[in-house]
Design a protein around this ligand. Structure first.
Ligand SMILES: C[S@@+](CC[C@H](N)C(=O)[O-])C[C@H]1O[C@@H](n2cnc3c(N)ncnc32)[C@H](O)[C@@H]1O
Length: 298
């Protein structure tokens, strides 16, 4: 498409159009050939909203919710306290979101946009042939269960999440025709037992909680697994030297601003907690440039 067509379609001011499109070229999202622009293969895969691999919902969620939080970073760093609605004594934004199906759907879709590359990597890299069943603890819309089930037809799985998530999860799973192999189970991972399965998964879960709560969840996962079963934890893990993975460090600052005690952590931290919870073997494997998984075997 040429620059004039894009300008008209997006209703861009003539003064902005070339700098905007060339910035997207510099970011690797567009290719330019003379006056003509097209998606790079990555943009085509991840940023075309007509495709099931679309990740734009995640960026929209960050744009609407998380970027503004960084305006309060200084106060957060000085006080160690959340700077959001919790601090102001307003209604908790998470409770308000779960009470509003439309806002909840946007959040859960955003989680799919976030976790899709990790889910695709876990579906391929983990030795699923050794196992028959899995349960994703806090799956949001169901991105990971869907990717794992698509790549491993012998598996059946459970998504275990809060009751408000049920309808959105079921709709997403059914859109891939996987409703016979992936079921939703309503529950609260602090007050209910976790489902029994050969493999449990916790993606972007532990970083929301303080150390005591993290250890509780790891212990509950250990209790729910059979001997030889495995727990997969995936996050934007901070590198052990705490020098390289800026995504993990920035995510941890978001946890500072948005939660009461949540924080991100290194692979070595997580292996130590898993061993404390009883896991006999642990290992860390990189998934994407910024995300890794920690596997604990009971
Ligand atoms: C940050 S999202 C992570 C979603 C997904 N695992 C991923 O990697 O994108 C946290 C998930 O945990 C669920 N959750 C939060 N508190 C929960 C609780 N107490 N019991 C069960 N699920 C909970 C949320 O509904 C949401 O689906």
């Amino acid at each position: 498409m040429d620059a004039n067509q894009i300008q008209l379609r997006l209703k861009l001011h003539p003064r902005s159009v070339h700098d905007f499109l060339d910035a997207l070229v510099a970011l690797g999202m567009l290719e330019r050939n003379g006056q003509s622009y097209s998606n790079t293969s990555e943009a085509d895969f991840y940023l075309d909203s007509a495709k099931p691999t679309y990740r734009g919902d995640y960026f929209q969620f960050w744009d609407a919710r998380e970027y503004p939080q960084f305006g309060s970073l200084g106060e957060g760093l000085r006080t160690g306290q959340p700077r959001n609605e919790i601090r102001r004594g307003d209604e908790d934004w998470v409770d308000a979101m779960y009470a509003n199906p439309q806002r909840l759907r946007i959040f859960l879709r955003g989680m799919t946009g976030h976790s899709l590359p990790s889910a695709m990597a876990i579906a391929r890299k983990f030795p699923w042939s050794k196992y028959k069943t899995f349960a994703d603890i806090g799956p949001a819309e169901g991105c990971l269960p869907v990717q794992v089930a698509l790549a491993n037809p012998h598996l059946t799985g459970i998504g275990f999440d809060l009751p408000e998530v049920a309808a959105i999860f079921d709709e997403y799973v059914a859109s891939f025709g996987l409703q016979d192999r992936i079921r939703f189970r309503r529950g609260n991972f602090f007050t209910d037992p976790l489902p029994n399965a050969d493999v449990l998964v916790m993606g972007m879960i532990l970083h929301d909680w303080n150390l005591e709560q993290k250890l509780t969840l790891l212990k509950k996962a250990h209790d729910a697994l059979p001997a030889g079963g495995a727990l997969i934890v995936y996050e934007n893990l901070i590198d052990d030297g705490r020098r390289k993975n800026i995504a993990g460090l920035l995510m941890s600052l978001i946890m500072l601003l948005e939660t009461q005690g949540g924080f991100d952590y290194t692979g070595a931290d997580c292996c130590g907690w898993m061993r404390e919870a009883g896991f006999r073997e642990t290992r860390v494997e990189q998934l994407t440039g910024i995300e890794s998984m920690v596997v604990g075997v009971k």
